[in-house]
Write a protein that binds this ligand. Structure first.
Ligand code: ADP
Length: 266
């Protein structure tokens, strides 16, 4: 198996389109344009990029970014072993070499020096300098950089610079409308339409509380969790408390409010 093969997505991931995002992404990929997927956590961004990588038959390398991440974690580093030192490519370098789609999830989390290393890959240069190794990697013609970005978390200290943002085309994602979200829950969990609709209604109530005591609404991912528990025979109220209420907030009043929303449906 070549190194590219192991990153190929063999089976079609289930993705329910919400608008014309598939066509737009295909056109962006044809232009090898870097793309930013914007939207709250758990609304389908990762699933979308998995689907697109499958559709475009490109390997996908995903990196979950965090605040401790350094540029070396992306680009690579020298390792010591019995034979001496050995260079090991990081995921971004591997993606650039093999012509993969590199998906940097929650790139805002990474330190600014980390985001700067992607700059030469995102303009006409399409290069990645490996300073420590003294090598300039020219990206494979099929390479594309994709990042995700949650506008809800943005604050002055932790935001992408305009000089980074303006290197990407952007697609907005949000929780799907009732019909689509219900369909996704049914497909992902096997619960019936009635249960799925109730879960979506609960989410709508909670999403209205965003900014009024809740930092984020209930994500589609959490609704899928709730459906999975219910499909396993867990009593719906307990399932919702575990997946829709407890993860979201520690505030006792807000928990009561959410519990009450659950109780009106189950
Ligand atoms: P994130 O936006 O955080 O990357 P994910 O892509 O992991 O979110 O989505 C979370 C879950 O929501 C997925 O595992 C999938 O079950 C479901 N989901 C959300 N939107 C869709 C969609 N349009 N089509 C299929 N599944 C979806």
């Amino acid at each position: 198996m070549t190194s590219a093969d192991q990153y190929l997505i063999k089976e079609q991931p289930y993705y329910r389109p919400v608008g014309n995002e598939i066509e737009l992404f295909e056109a962006a990929y044809a232009a090898r344009m870097p793309v930013m997927l914007k939207g709250p956590t758990g609304c389908g961004k990762t699933r979308f990029i998995e689907f697109m990588a499958w559709k475009l038959k490109r390997p996908l390398i995903t990196v979950a970014c965090n605040e401790d991440m350094t540029a070396s974690d992306l680009v690579g580093r020298f390792l010591l072993d019995v034979t001496g030192t050995r260079w090991q490519d990081g995921p971004l370098t591997t993606a650039a070499r093999i012509g993969a789609i590199c998906y940097l999830d929650e790139v805002v989390e990474a330190r600014q020096d980390t985001t700067v290393v992607i700059h030469p890959l995102t303009d006409h240069r399409r290069t990645l300098p490996l300073d420590k190794k003294g090598e300039l990697v020219h990206a494979h013609p099929d390479f594309q950089l994709v990042i995700s970005y949650n506008p809800g978390y943005q604050n002055l200290l932790k935001d992408l610079k305009q000089s980074t943002k303006q290197r990407f085309g952007a697609l907005d994602f949000n929780y799907p409308n009732t019909e689509v979200e219900t369909e996704v829950i049914i497909h992902e969990t096997g619960v019936d339409a009635k249960v799925a609709e109730k879960l979506v209604q609960i989410a709508h109530r909670a999403r209205n509380l965003k900014g009024h005591g809740l930092d984020e609404g209930i994500s589609t991912r959490l609704l899928v969790y709730a459906g999975q528990l219910i499909a396993k025979g867990v009593e719906p109220r307990a399932a919702c408390q575990m997946t829709l209420v407890r993860p979201l907030t520690d505030d006792p009043d807000m928990r009561d409010t959410l519990d009450a929303a659950v109780a009106t449906f189950f």
